[in-house]
Write a protein of this length. Structure first.
Length: 270
């Protein structure tokens, strides 16, 4: 379970570039839940994911994972509990190392790493069987450098690596945004299979409203560093992409009204 309580994050405080990226976010994700996070650019959705991953320290609040307070843990320590797939297919892997060697590092996440023991026959057999499920023919290319593969192939493998040792939390960071439509569909289908098969607690950031309504059991919509909507249960199941678009439009209208009201008040006191 992930429990986020009152987290704040301001970048470049006290400067003209100051950005209040997170403003007192509270969020609890139960074990086995698959939560999709939506938001416009600058809404705080990626900042939220990075805060959970430990990419930076939050200014206030706490983050607990499986009842362990990880708020002050560095990113590499949290990696023992968190699997992550990045937006860029070429992030999160060692491009000059082979497929097998990259999986060996994933298998040793949170442990003292040593490729000698990690690339045992047992692991290689298990790896070959697991990679064969992708139906990409990569099980016969485990000695190939992972950097030589296409973006879709690499992202599919990265997803398998992130879930190789069942993590307490899987983070999907717009992991299909850089792929062509066919590859994106393949990776999304694989994501569903992996998450459902292992019952992984998942937090996924996406720009795609269609992905949001088709995936997971809950949608969090963020705006200006806060949670604007939280759809779950029957309400989430009824949602269409058009409904989410209407929600975004309503947020924009309210914001315009607030700005107009502020301008009118300012004129009254001039």
């Amino acid at each position: 379970m992930l429990k986020i309580t009152g987290i704040h994050k301001t970048f470049n405080p006290g400067t003209i570039n100051e950005v209040h990226a997170l403003r007192g976010v509270d969020l609890t994700i139960e074990e086995g839940s698959f939560v999709v996070v939506l938001g416009m650019n600058g809404s705080g959705k990626s900042t939220l994911l990075n805060a959970v991953a430990g990419s930076f320290r939050v200014d206030e609040g706490s983050i607990k994972l499986d009842d362990r307070d990880v708020t002050k843990w560095p990113e590499h320590r949290r990696a023992a509990m968190i699997g992550r797939v990045f937006q860029n297919p070429f992030s999160g892997t060692a491009p000059d190392m082979s497929i097998a060697e990259n999986f060996a590092m994933a298998a040793s996440r949170g442990k003292t790493r040593g490729l000698g023991w990690a690339l045992s026959k047992g692991l290689m057999d298990a790896l070959r069987d697991r990679v064969a499920t992708l139906k990409m023919g990569l099980e016969d290319r485990l000695d190939n450098a992972i950097g030589s593969l296409s973006g879709g192939q690499r992202q599919a493998l990265t997803l398998l690596m992130a879930s190789w040792i069942k993590p307490s939390l899987l983070l999907l960071d717009e992991h299909t945004a850089a792929l062509d439509p066919k590859s994106a569909d393949q990776v999304i289908e694989l994501s569903k299979e992996v998450i459902e098969k292992d019952g992984l607690t998942t937090l996924m950031v996406t720009h795609s409203m269609q992905q949001a309504v088709n995936l997971g059991d809950r949608i969090i919509m963020m705006h200006r560093g806060q949670i604007a909507h939280d759809f779950r249960g029957a309400e989430k199941k009824r949602l269409r992409a058009e409904d989410l678009l209407d929600c975004f439009e309503e947020i924009r209208r309210r914001e315009q009204l607030d700005e107009s009201a502020a301008a009118m008040l300012e004129q009254l006191y001039i």
